[in-house]
Design a protein around this ligand. Structure first.
Ligand code: CO
Length: 263
């Protein structure tokens, strides 16, 4: 008898229900469509987000251990785990460590990797981004705000910008809200291009949640929008999470497919 197969989509999570539906749920729908032989389940890795959703919205979402425990109890024997994380940072490490504790309950557990893992992932990601970003325009730069981390995987942001520039899009800059490079570095590099007067700001995160709404586009004096306007730039904000980009969602599907095919 063929065993029961599941696909567990694992996201950091967001407490902003509007963006959750447009990004995380959209990625899950694409994954479910690509693997009709597997039943899709959801887990979030952020305990803070899980507690907030339960407290404020009465929404119960599994963390990784409870999702895997549920799958084992329901008799699944083959689990494909696909994160929607951007980099191989703390959240992905945490996912792998938590899943390792339960892997023995299944005949097979396969793991897809985050968006930016192999060198060719960066090329594919840039291709998917450029399908959505506006074309290069005289006097304008596009600034992408990644999350950033103290984890060694933080280097992914600089490599992504390198590849964007290598593809000829030197008008696109990547900064991070919690890592390096940050806004100071972005401001410095914008200043090196005196022709730039306008800046389009976009999140480089799966969701357009708290960081996008407040740290990027908020009216507070420390938001990137306010700081850039204070520096004399005209700004516009496009609050679409990467999960709203079909080409990015396709890369998560591709990573899941690679994992499913690996022995
Ligand atoms: Co954060």
């Amino acid at each position: 008898m063929e065993g029961k197969k599941a696909l567990l989509a694992v996201s950091f999570g967001t407490s902003h229900r509007d963006t959750l539906e447009k990004t995380i749920a959209a990625a899950e729908r694409d994954l479910a469509a690509a693997f009709p032989e597997r039943k899709l389940y959801r887990a979030f890795t952020s305990g803070m987000i899980l507690r907030k959703l339960a407290r404020e919205d009465g929404l119960q979402i599994d963390d990784v251990p409870s999702a895997l425990a549920r799958l084992a109890e329901e008799g699944y024997t083959d689990v494909l785990v696909q994160p929607t994380h951007i980099i191989n940072g703390d959240e992905y490490d945490k996912l792998r460590a938590l899943a390792a504790g339960q892997a023995g309950r299944f005949q097979r557990v396969a793991f897809g990797v985050p968006l930016l893992t192999e060198p060719e992932d960066y090329q594919a990601c840039v291709s998917a981004l450029l399908a959505e970003l506006p074309p290069e325009e005289e006097g304008r730069a596009v600034v992408l705000m990644g999350h950033g981390t103290g984890h060694p995987a933080n280097a992914a942001y600089a490599l992504l910008e390198y590849v964007l520039h290598d593809w000829g899009r030197r008008d696109v800059l990547v900064g991070t809200v919690e890592g390096w490079p940050g806004l100071e570095e972005v401001l410095r590099r914008l200043a090196e291009r005196p022709a730039v007067r306008r800046v389009e700001l976009r999140p480089l995160m799966l969701v357009a949640g708290d960081h996008a709404k407040h740290d990027l586009a908020g009216d507070g004096e420390d938001s990137w929008k306010s700081r850039l306007e204070g520096a004399g730039y005209e700004t516009s904000c496009v609050l679409r999470g990467l999960g709203e980009y079909p080409g990015i969602r396709a890369l998560f599907v591709e990573h899941a497919r690679r994992a499913a095919q690996s022995a």
